[in-house]
Design a protein. Sequence first.
Length: 180
Amino acid sequence: MAMQSIILTIFLAVISIGNSFAHEGEDHSVKPAQPELSAQGKRVVSVLEGYAAAVQSTDIDQIENYVITGDGFSSLEGTFQDLGWQSYRKHMTDEMPMFNDTSYTLSNIRPYVRGDMSFATMDYLMNVTIKSDQFEGGEHKLAMKGKATMVLSKAKGEWKIRHIHTSREQAKKPGSSSSH
């Protein structure tokens, strides 16, 4: 019986140490520190912040200033895809006239730059009132947040967004506190 207690104690100690190494003791409620950005990293962040401001303005011509405007552009919103700028432009111009009181922000932008290509991961938050007769009372308030990845490339010496992928955060279930 004493041997079983020793084995159980060792087993529990190994499991708790393994769990500490697996998560490196990190607290998932704390955001990681932002790395020091290079000059190109800062330019990428500036482009992404400009894009966010353009989306918030709901002006497609402003949005166009920040993206590749040919077939090399793509966007994935969850499982919906736009292949090429014209598809994305049509998607946005069909939706944006219904947008009111739009707020769109990107935060925790983490760019990675190598030569003329870059990608960045980030959080996004969009709050908008959609005006449409399809909703009771003629409007619907929508709050979306989630994660995004954007791929950029240099075109004529300027960073332009080539690909956008957003993944909307699911609503938390009551009583759920886990972050993954």
